[in-house]
Design a protein around this ligand. Structure first.
Ligand code: GLP
Length: 248
């Protein structure tokens, strides 16, 4: 296995350990550039970061964040989108400077330009120091869905049914209300991050974790491309590690 794997007893322990690693990185490098995911998986991490911040142990005042993806057609102010998700779980509770918090605008008048702007903004800020990722049940990262080929740059993409289902809770559990398209950091945007930590928790991810770690590098499992990165770690709880054992 090319990726380093860490297995923790519970998802709470995954979250606490990563939160304190981020706090340590922020102390050493206050202008850290973080890439952030949404989904169920990072919620305990955000909760742990908020707790550390309230205790004065995590200072975000000079940090920059870029989120991985957003739904097309959803305005920034819409609570159902990832802007709203991030405000609720992290941004409203820590001291990030609003001008250094960047998300894709799924409601921009020109989405191609919006995607170009995003890659340029990341490059202008010197690239991402630590990219945190979740894992879609179908092997996606961000909204880079399984396909015959993958896209390097930030782009607009059609969401798979499995992905729309996984996101339905944000839209009142109404599958039809989930947008058909998303904007996502591209594979190269993600793989250019200096360090990557992918989080996967819960038994529903176990099979996909095994394919990502042990399978071929294939666009059918976009997360398998992380095998090509020189500093990518996979942090799992016991349930997500069920098919790969205790490998470290
Ligand atoms: C969404 C996000 C992905 C995320 C995935 C996993 O589709 N766009 O970036 O990794 O959800 O979701 P969960 O953590 O809820 O399993």
């Amino acid at each position: 296995m090319f990726m380093r794997v860490r297995v923790f007893e519970t998802e709470a322990r995954v979250a606490r350990t990563l939160a304190s690693r981020i706090a340590t990185l922020l102390a050493a490098q206050p202008d850290l550039v973080l890439g952030l995911p949404t989904g169920r998986t990072p919620i305990p991490l955000y909760r742990a970061l908020v707790r550390l911040h309230r205790r004065g142990r995590a200072d975000f005042s000079r940090a920059t964040t870029f989120n991985l993806d957003e739904f097309v057609g959803i305005a920034r102010s819409d609570p159902r989108g990832y802007h709203g998700f991030m405000r609720r779980h992290l941004f409203d509770h820590v001291n990030l400077a609003p001008q250094r918090v960047t998300l894709l605008n799924g409601d921009a008048p020109d989405l191609r330009r919006e995607c170009l702007r995003y890659d340029q903004a990341i490059a202008r800020d010197g690239g991402i120091d630590l990219q945190i990722l979740g894992l879609g049940v179908n092997g996606h990262i961000g909204f880079n869905e399984p396909a015959h080929s993958l896209v390097a740059a930030t782009h607009r993409t059609r969401l798979r049914q499995a992905t729309r289902r996984a996101n339905a809770a944000l839209f009142g559990h109404r599958l039809r209300a989930v947008p058909a398209d998303g904007l996502s950091m591209g594979m190269a945007t993600i793989l250019r991050a200096r360090r990557i930590v992918l989080l996967a928790t819960g038994g529903s991810k176990a099979r996909c974790v095994e394919r990502m770690l042990r399978g071929r590098v294939t666009p059918r499992v976009p997360a398998s491309f992380l095998q090509l990165h020189s500093d990518a770690e996979v942090w799992l709880d016991r349930a997500a590690a069920a098919s790969v054992g205790n490998a470290t």
